[in-house]
Design a protein around this ligand. Structure first.
Ligand SMILES: Nc1nc2c(ncn2[C@@H]2O[C@H](COP(=O)(O)O[C@H]3[C@@H](O)[C@H](n4cnc5c(=O)[nH]c(N)nc54)O[C@@H]3COP(=O)(O)O)[C@@H](O)[C@H]2O)c(=O)[nH]1
Length: 506
């Protein structure tokens, strides 16, 4: 009993600290994603210059994004040309050469430490062409420390570093206190050269959660097998994963609906459901704040079924009335390849009285489909039942061209990155044309993601893309708003029909 209880508590602590370290890392990755999106937006708005008007617009952009402290325009060697807040240059203790910056896995970003008086920061460099680059200066703040359970705060620290060892931040309740017997929980990012560490004094682990000991001992002695189950419930009572479990139990994850439209006519042909966490206090949490943890903690399966069930119930009347309308949902490869997935999907869709032909599974290309042969077999089975499969985020993920073909999907979704640059970068046009040609050869359709302007629509049409999704028509909307949009679009199109018909007759 004693051995089982002690070992259980140790495993429980290790798992919990591993999860917390993962959260620190995911938050940092998210900050880099956020910075990259900010830089892309600035570049696409033509603001990557030192003109006073550009710098003023950048300062407004920075002001509205608290994570980004500053934005600088630099030469291709990394040397600074100008800074949105020129006075911050005086806080720099140094500035690394580009040769010493570390590349992201996809080589599109360079990360480096910016040593500053008053606290180091993380520099994220993004090339923008013409031998220039933009750098976002990201403040690393003590919010990383917030995730520590209260009883560990005085006995631990959280560290964030680059893979070359350059430390970006170190947070401890008492910075002067040294940990007598430190034990490290460490995670490295697969996408960025980042490393998160939670360092805990070993001695606190013997008391942390020790109130679980006696119940564990009693249950272990008395009930044997039931022991594990009861204590794993205790384990789940605290921490970010417990928050997910509670939210799942309360049904707080809701589908938002984003239209997928015909680029030529603007007609809404379908929608993608995107998860939002509607908390009790009314806040709406975006998916990047919980999907990574849901994936790593194994909650993504339950969340996906919950979202799909809800979306099917909401959209059922519309799906029934318009048999060409398609409902797309995101599924992670691990879930799709898991036991019983196809059967559960069939029964969920059948129970909602919806045709499989109207359901599109979006499998993200960001995650590796390790076993392509197995993935292709599952896709084949899904297609045999009438479901459609789309490969998401094409162009920025793992799939080589052979993988795109080998999977046997129906549709490719071109990542927003290409849509953002299609009107400014001729090489993007070439890539999009190539993807369209490839899709035709493989009998696949193409949807462009992140369409925001009419100019992009024209450029996509001239590359041969038929369908799009993006803020130009609507952001992801709660069902009531999405319904209103469909009704108003249908009314507008019905009103335009007589004029169209008489023009045709004339
Ligand atoms: N496994 C699951 N992953 C999910 C689920 N729900 C969302 N996600 C993934 O989270 C990522 C972020 O999603 P979100 O914040 O909803 O962003 C999506 C759109 O809102 C956004 N978008 C669409 N159009 C535009 C645009 O015109 N401009 C602009 N700046 N952003 C736009 O792009 C995201 C599209 O997502 P996707 O098509 O899936 O790539 C995202 O990776 C989701 O996949 C879930 O239920 N399960």
């Amino acid at each position: 009993g004693h051995i089982a209880a002690t070992r259980f508590i140790r495993d429980q602590q290790t798992r919990q600290l591993d999860e917390l370290t993962e959260v620190v890392l995911r938050r940092s990755e998210f900050a880099v994603d956020f910075a990259t999106a900010s830089l892309d937006e600035l570049a696409s708005r033509g603001l990557a210059t030192c003109a006073p008007a550009s710098l003023q617009a950048i300062r407004l952009h920075v002001y509205q994004r608290s994570a980004v402290k500053d934005v600088r325009l630099v030469n291709s060697d990394g040397s600074v040309i100008c800074s949105a807040y020129s006075e911050t240059l005086e806080f720099d203790k140094g500035w690394v050469d580009r040769a010493d910056m570390l590349a992201s896995r996809d080589s599109k970003l360079m990360l480096f430490r910016v040593e500053q008086f008053g606290g180091d920061a993380l520099g994220v460099l993004r090339d923008i062409g013409d031998d220039k680059a933009l750098v976002a200066i990201l403040g690393i703040n003590s919010s990383l420390f917030d995730i520590m359970p209260a009883e560990l705060r005085a006995h631990g620290e959280v560290l964030l570093a680059l893979k070359n060892g350059a430390q970006l931040g170190e947070f401890a309740l008492d910075a002067d206190k040294t940990l007598a017997h430190p034990i490290d929980f460490e995670k490295s990012s697969a996408r960025y050269p980042l490393r998160a560490v939670i360092r805990i004094d070993r001695s606190v682990l013997s008391t942390w959660n020790s109130d679980v000991y006696w119940p564990a001992m009693a249950v272990a002695l008395a009930l044997g097998a039931l022991f594990g189950v009861l204590l794993s419930r205790t384990r789940r009572m605290e921490g970010p994963v417990a928050d997910l479990d509670r939210a799942l139990a309360r049904g707080e994850f809701k589908p938002y609906f984003q239209p997928i439209f015909d680029l030529h006519t603007g007609e809404i042909r379908g929608c993608e459901i995107l998860a939002r966490w509607l908390r009790e206090d009314g806040t709406v949490v975006p998916p990047m704040n919980f999907i990574p943890l849901a994936e790593s903690s194994g909650r993504i399966e339950a969340m996906t079924w919950q979202l799909l069930g809800r979306a099917l119930a909401d959209l059922q009347p519309h799906l029934k009335a318009d048999k060409d309308f398609k409902l797309s949902f995101n599924v992670v490869p691990k879930h799709m390849l898991g036991a019983g997935f196809v059967e559960t999907l069939r029964s969920t869709v059948a129970a909602a009285r919806v045709s499989a032909r109207q359901i599109v599974l979006e499998v993200t290309e960001r995650d590796e489909l390790d076993d392509l042969a197995r993935a292709a077999a599952v896709v084949g089975e899904l297609r045999d039942y009438g479901f459609r499969v789309a490969i998401d985020d094409v162009g920025v993920g793992h799939s080589g061209l052979s993988r795109l073909k080998g999977l046997g999907a129906n549709t490719i979704k071109i990542d927003k990155f290409f849509v953002d640059t299609i009107t400014v970068d001729a090489s993007t046009t070439t890539i999009v044309e190539m993807l369209v040609a490839l899709a035709r050869d493989f009998h696949m359709t193409v949807v462009a993601e992140g369409v925001e302007t009419e100019e992009q629509v024209r450029a996509l049409i001239s590359c041969g893309v038929e369908e799009g999704q993006g803020y130009l028509v609507a952001a992801p909307l709660p069902f009531a708003k999405f319904s209103e949009l469909m009704v108003s679009r249908r009314a507008a199109s019905a009103a335009a029909a007589p004029a169209r018909d008489s023009a045709l007759v004339a």
